[in-house]
Design a protein around this ligand. Structure first.
Ligand SMILES: [Fe+2]
Ligand SMILES: [Fe+2]
Length: 222
């Protein structure tokens, strides 16, 4: 680019003079700027917060990928109810990523999507993915808490307010797999126990979080 300007200046100096060169440079720069999104001067996301939220978008998408992999495992061992539960869990994770995506965009930030790591693909028994999901959600809660702390340190009240939704959500995210685990432990090796839990988990349906209502197209708030 620098070489291009240098050449341009040399050519223009010969034929048009300095004023014309200056006008050309200004018009080139302003034309380029016209394609960039207009950023608001107040309430704009800091680079540090933006990077941290982009990292969390990746973590939520990874969670969804992990649960989809668990869903595939359950299908492979003929437990369609467990598979459904994990599929709905994947849809929830996508919604979580979208909430963060919308917040970054609404605040004049830039979402940068990174590669999603490959999830585990096999488990020893039907209980193991639920135990792993529980352990995974405990880790996600710690990530959310770190984000809240960063928002507080940065005095980013808008991010803090948005993240409070996740703080509440994580209570349920930990409770759900923990409840299923307890149920499986209580039933032990009773005949038909897995079949009964499978039928119960088949009833789970995805409910779009209210925070995304009216934004199903994936776009930020109008
Ligand atoms: Fe999540
Ligand atoms: Fe989750």
């Amino acid at each position: 680019m620098a070489y291009f300007f240098f050449k341009l200046i040399r050519v223009e100096r010969k034929s048009l003079g300095y004023n014309r060169v200056t006008m050309l440079l200004i018009s080139h720069i302003t034309n380029g700027m016209a394609f960039k999104k207009k950023r608001r001067s107040t309430n704009m996301l800091s680079k540090k917060m933006q990077d941290a939220l982009n990292k969390q978008i990746n973590a939520e998408l990874y969670s969804g990928y992990l649960y989809l992999s668990m869903s595939a495992y359950y299908h492979s061992i003929n437990l369609p109810g467990f598979a459904n539960w994990m599929y709905v869990q994947m849809l929830e994770e996508q919604a979580h990523a979208q909430i963060l995506f919308n917040h970054v965009t609404d605040r004049g930030g830039r979402v940068i999507l990174a590669p999603i790591a490959g999830p585990q693909t096999d488990w020893k028994n039907p209980e193991e993915p639920i135990a792993d999901a529980y352990a995974h959600e405990i880790k996600v809660t710690a990530m959310i808490n770190d984000l809240v702390k960063l928002a507080m340190d940065e005095k980013d009240f808008a991010s803090n307010a948005m993240l409070q939704w996740f703080v509440t959500e994580q209570v349920e995210e930990e409770k759900n797999p923990s409840d299923i685990l307890q149920q499986l432990k209580l039933m032990g090796n009773a005949p038909g126990a897995l079949f009964m839990v499978d039928r119960q988990l088949a009833t789970r349906v995805f409910v779009m979080p209210a925070i995304l209502a009216g934004q199903q197209g994936g776009g930020p708030a109008a």
